[in-house]
Design a protein around this ligand. Structure first.
Ligand code: BES
Ligand code: MN
Ligand code: ZN
Length: 493
């Protein structure tokens, strides 16, 4: 999707859809009034024959209006004026794009109700909404493909907007990178291939190191390796580093991702229905990779390390059994009650390794960890679990600013009882009550008192159907924007 910033009066063509974003209850207050005149009252006639009131996401299509050189005139509701912010601008432009993406027109012009002050965010909204994963479609008819090739955002100072857009474009690219990883099927994206795609990020200036099973064995990562042992695909641990701070040796921030490229449940096999969804059980690793992509893309002034544990959880003659005891890198032993609670085993070693190897200021892990978080929070909010209030506040503020909803959950030490093992230091499941909480308590045993936060994104990594205009059905890329925003607002300069 090509993005251009233009002056409000820039010429229109027959192949352009002109989208005018309006506030609810004040439709004719802005540029709409002038357009009604230009079109000989077509707009008021259309409004008289429709229920359009300018509510958030509502659109009204006026085809080939006489007197206007655009192919369509589209009103897009932004909701109430007092709810207008960066995210609202993104959503309005994304809704405009979705309304005309397959119209046959090739250009989308967006006119905002604020004179174009938030045009940069509108552009980001279009870029995110236009994401598509079509690598494996070989026979899609042309008339089903999106026709819009370019978005023009009207604003007062196009040069300044274009310059300001550069950082947002880097974020949009990073979100698309994460969405691609999540969308890929598991026969294509297995741990070694995932690692290869991360290695390729060195072209952006990241340092990428890959550990294979032999190295992980030497480090004593029995928890992670146990998960992968039933797979013919080799497990991998990938470390991505971005050193953009003035002092390249300053203590880094660390982000850790669960990368289960496919989760069958292992010997504790999942039911067949919906198992295909488990190709996106690497959404945490994709978010961390996307974050590193964004930081490098916009040359962030921070030292950041991203670590992802990549495995495939398969049933096999060599797979680990329920009841097995594994020894983690930390030295703590784990009784594997259920081989489907594998994400926490992967993170146990990835977190401990990150803590020991990089001594970071804090660690934030992201994981599609529990079905229980979907029961707790539904499909919009991810769950936040943390031993640190300041880190939590920073994550929640970034979540709000970027429109990636996050809700803090409790981490009560009393529930530790649920994961006490009879024969080992800890067991990997705590039963159904508070399933996301006991999963988080398990992880906490591997962070060694460092400030730490865990984002359970099983609820948000994938959306079908999507309810957010900037997220097409499927992979969301949840977490990339939130983490990038937190780094930008709190840990740079
Ligand atoms: N990957 C799943 C969690 C999940 C479920 C993600 C649904 C996305 C959608 C995880 O590995 C898992 O299987 N968790 C179990 C834990 C249980 C065995 C303690 C679960 O949530 O049922
Ligand atoms: Mn599982
Ligand atoms: Zn899993």
């Amino acid at each position: 999707m090509e993005i251009e910033f233009v002056k409000a009066e820039a010429a229109l063509t027959e192949k352009t859809a002109l989208a005018v974003v309006v506030f609810e209850g004040e439709i004719m207050a802005g540029p709409a009034a002038g357009l009604d005149q230009t079109t000989g009252g077509a707009l008021n006639r259309a409004l008289a024959n429709a229920r359009f009131k300018g509510a958030k996401g509502q659109t009204l299509d006026v085809l080939a209006p006489a007197g206007l050189s655009a192919g369509r005139l589209l009103l897009v509701g932004a909701g109430k004026r007092d709810a207008w912010d960066d995210v609202a601008a993104e959503h309005a432009a994304a809704s405009a794009y979705s309304a005309v993406k397959a119209s046959g027109l090739t250009v989308l012009r967006v006119v905002l109700p604020d004179g174009g002050e938030r045009a940069v965010h509108a552009a980001l909204g279009v870029r995110l909404a236009a994401y598509r994963f079509d690598r494996y479609r070989t026979k899609e008819p042309a008339e089903k493909k999106p026709s819009i090739e370019k978005a023009e955002l009207a604003c007062a100072d196009p040069d300044a907007a274009l310059a300001a857009f550069a950082d947002h474009a880097a974020v949009a690219d990073a979100v698309a990178f994460a969405r691609d990883l999540v969308s890929e099927p598991a026969n294509i994206l297995y741990p070694v291939e995932f690692a290869r795609r991360l290695k390729a990020l060195e072209s952006l200036g990241l340092e990428v190191t890959i550990l294979g099973e032999a190295e992980m064995k030497d480090l004593g990562m029995g928890a992670l390796l146990g998960v992968g042992q039933g797979s013919v695909r080799e497990s991998q641990l990938v470390v991505m580093r971005w050193n953009g701070a003035a002092d390249r040796n300053a203590q880094p921030l660390a982000f850790v991702g669960k990368g289960v490229c496919f989760d069958t449940g292992g010997i504790s096999l999942k039911p067949a229905d919906g198992m295909e969804d488990m190709k996106w059980d690497m959404g945490g690793a994709a978010a961390v990779a996307g974050l590193m992509h964004a930081l490098a893309g916009r040359k962030a002034k921070a030292n950041v390390v991203g670590v992802v544990g990549l495995v495939e959880n398969m049933p096999d003659g060599n797979a680990q059994r329920p009841g097995d005891v594994v020894t983690s890198m930390s030295g703590q032993t784990i009784e594997v009650i259920n081989t489907d609670a594998e994400g926490r085993l992967v993170l146990a070693d990835a977190l401990w390794y990150t803590r020991k190897e990089f001594n970071p200021k804090f660690m934030v892990d992201l994981a599609t960890l529990t079905g229980a978080i979907i029961i707790s929070l539904g499909n919009d909010y991810a769950g936040l679990f943390s031993n640190n209030d300041e880190l939590s506040e920073n994550l929640l503020a970034a979540s709000k600013a970027e429109g990636e909803p996050l809700w803090r959950m409790p981490l009560p030490a009393a529930y530790d009882k649920q994961i006490e093992s009879m024969i080992a230091d800890v067991k990997n499941t705590g039963g159904r009550p508070g399933g996301s909480i006991t999963a988080a308590l398990f992880l906490q045993k591997f962070v060694d008192n460092l400030p730490w936060a865990h984002l359970d994104i099983a609820s948000t990594a994938w959306k079908k159907p999507s309810t957010v205009p900037t997220i097409p059905d499927g992979a969301t890329g949840y977490g990339v924007r939130l983490l990038n925003r937190m780094v930008a607002d709190k840990y740079e300069g």
